[in-house]
Design a protein around this ligand. Structure first.
Ligand code: ZN
Ligand code: ZN
Length: 370
């Protein structure tokens, strides 16, 4: 079939809208008609070359939901007409990580920057070339063909545009609090960076019962948004937050610090480590350039106060269990999704959406398809 897609041709370039020729789904694959795609920061990392794909051109987008239009041979988990959220990490259900309930670490995650189908070919063709797919899904297109391992069936009553957000940002943020940092009732939690992931880290901490949720972000708009999602205190910087946190915790400092900034740096890690107290957990979620290695942190405190630093991919979540669970929380009014969407765009306006993200005007921008 013929459709269109937002394609990256060179690092540092803009997303270009191209005609897309899409092949039929083969063994184990499904054709999805997308309802919406979130504009997540990770695609920006790809665009600027921080997180390069194995090859270009590549179709961006890894946060989407839609309807199964057709299935290839041997597809067992979904059928035509099913509503699905696309998981930005495939879940095979059979590898040792999936088997241990660590679906976010599925061995097929190794292919998400390669961006080819399971048989190392492509169903997507632009200007006569095979296109790679961000996270094996490429949601910057009204249609895509993906492996069935990349889709999670959801209930039909959930609006698909809201469900799209659960494919990356919501699950990543919520899971950073609930699973990565294991936030418990009554704790003090700091969230560094309130974007599409950080707002959900705040929500995760709220759902887990945190008593104080301290949002740190330089943008007044983002700080104001943090309050909507459950933050109890807001500061513009870690330096500004240090003394008030010391006072409000009677010197104990925070139990957990969640790093959900634009780009994780050694400075931010040091800040997060300084803001937690004894047995404090620091969960690192935001991506960093692949060659970044330097961290400045109070090493003595890490040792003497038994502070922990944990990496956190896709919020430590199990997409097949957690995506439906989070959508149930949404249905019950306990998890806010509508409020995350600051602006909506057509696919053709995608660069405008990213500009709004870069200048902190959006918690989440969303491309809607008709
Ligand atoms: Zn993402
Ligand atoms: Zn697996």
């Amino acid at each position: 079939m013929q459709t269109k897609a937002a394609v990256l041709w060179e690092y540092g370039g803009e997303w270009e809208i191209d005609e897309l020729t899409l092949d039929d789904p083969r063994e184990g694959e499904v054709l999805i008609r997308l309802a919406a795609s979130g504009l997540c920061h990770s695609d920006e990392h790809v665009r600027i070359g921080d997180l390069p794909m194995e090859d270009l051109p590549a179709i961006g987008g890894h946060e989407g939901a839609g309807v199964v239009e057709a299935v290839g041979p041997g597809v067992h988990t979904v059928a035509e007409g099913d509503h699905v959220v696309l998981s930005f990490i495939p879940v095979c259900g059979k590898c040792q990580w999936c088997a241990q309930g660590r679906e976010n670490l599925c061995v097929y995650g190794a292919g998400i920057q390669v961006g080819l189908q399971r048989d190392d070919t492509s169903r997507h063709h632009v200007r006569g070339k095979a296109a790679r797919l961000m996270c094996n899904i490429g949601t910057f297109s009204p249609y895509t063909v993906v492996h069935e391992d990349s889709v999670v069936k959801i209930d039909d009553d959930i609006p698909l545009d809201k469900a799209a957000l659960v494919g990356c940002g919501v699950t990543t943020g919520y899971g950073t609090a609930v699973y990565g940092a294991e936030v418990r009732a009554g704790e003090t939690v700091v969230v560094l960076g309130i974007g599409g992931v950080g707002a959900n880290a705040v929500q995760g901490a709220r759902v887990a019962g945190a008593s104080k949720i301290i949002a740190i972000d330089p943008s007044p708009f983002n700080r104001e948004q943090a309050g909507k999602f459950g933050a109890t205190h807001m500061f513009a910087s870690a330096e500004e937050a240090l003394e008030p946190i010391n006072e409000m915790t009677r010197g104990e400092m925070a139990n957990a610090a969640l790093v959900t900034v634009d780009v994780t740096t050694g400075k931010v890690i040091g800040d997060a480590v300084s803001l937690v107290g004894k047995c404090g957990r620091v969960a690192l979620t935001s991506l960093a350039p692949m060659d970044a290695t330097d961290v400045q942190m109070p090493i003595f405190e890490v040792i003497a106060y038994e502070k922990q630093i944990v990496g956190c991919l896709f919020g430590h979540a199990n997409p097949r269990a957690d995506i439906p669970k989070l959508l149930s929380l949404y249905r019950e009014g306990k998890l806010l999704l509508d409020e995350l969407i600051t602006r909506t765009y057509t696919l053709e306006q995608i660069n405008e959406g990213y500009e709004a993200m870069r200048t902190h005007q959006n918690i989440r921008g969303l491309v809607l398809y008709d």
